[in-house]
Write a protein that binds this ligand. Sequence first.
Ligand code: F0G
Length: 372
Amino acid sequence: MSHQIPATPTHRALPKGMAPACWPGLLERYRAFLPLEANSPIVTLHEGNTPLVASERIHRRLGSNIRLHFKLEGANPTGSFKDRGMTMAVSKAVEMGSQALICASTGNTSAAMAAYAARAGVRCFMLVPHGYVAMGKLAQGLHYGAQVISVEGNFDQALSIVRELSVSYPVTLVNSVNPFRIEGQKTGAFEVVDQLGEAPDFLAIPVGNAGNMTAYWRGFQNYRAAGLANKTPAMLGYQAAGAAPLVLGHTVPNPETIATAIRIGNPASGPFALEARDASGGEIAAVTDEEILHAYDMLAREEGLFCEPASAAGLAGLLTRARVRPFPEGSTIVCILTGNGLKDPQTAIGRVPESVKPVPAEVSAIGRMLAL
Ligand code: F0G
């Protein structure tokens, strides 16, 4: 495999110093690191190239002289990091002639699958835990035209059903047990290094089915092996306390957390995430729902970043860790905000104590309300 990164294609010469305007999508950008043939079909929504935003305020809570950055994965086309794995998995499924896709999901994997299935013109089926999927995610799956199957059970039960179904029916499983998903998702690590100019010292990430932590670790290792990074970060994974099988060391039969995206008790990629933790000198720890919601509010109010609750688990973990084990001065930390806050408007609205009441359309009355 050659590790030359192709330049972004442009259709015309750009003025000197001006970046190419067209991002080709992450399969083209990172082709040299991905299992693609020259003639592989590419199913893309031009995902990836998400912003890496420096913290304005929260970094001070983590220690002195900390460089903290947030990777806004909610800026992907379907609003979560899942697009990275799905462009890869759906492209390979099409290459192999698949006509139908299936997954179990807490909502984001299925939203991404549904979008890329529509793009590829193939059918898809999503199994979701009934009553535990944020509204925006359900709306996406339905609107992209997936067949939505709402299962009276949790994510782990739904995953075990789709694993069985994909053996006996002509349907491609696109959960992260599909190895192409992890391959696509590892590009998140490439972008972090490309954007920072070096790998960070620490990478904080929420953990549910444990695919993303596995993928980032692989990405950092690939880049170091290729000489594109000099180091790899300590991987810090955070699970919700009510759904923390990797912290407890055993599966959790009835996982519970407000962060429904990571309400998982038997993570399929658990062993790989534990390996990433150990090999990188990191940790996998638990954060309470209260800590998650506190970080969720703080990101919006202090940084202007609206992520979904599960995405705030990474910051919740960093804040907890900093209290007991300060980060070395001068550390660079990247925190992955995995999904867009608009996925789950109900949780955001529920955080505000009073409901918004209508007022008469009068300048003077509204002027008084401003209390300026
Ligand atoms: N953050 C968000 C917003 C997620 O949707 C997920 C997983 C995670 C973090 C955890 O990532 O599973 O790779 O450890 N969502 C899956 C889904 C389970 O079905 O959308 P992970």
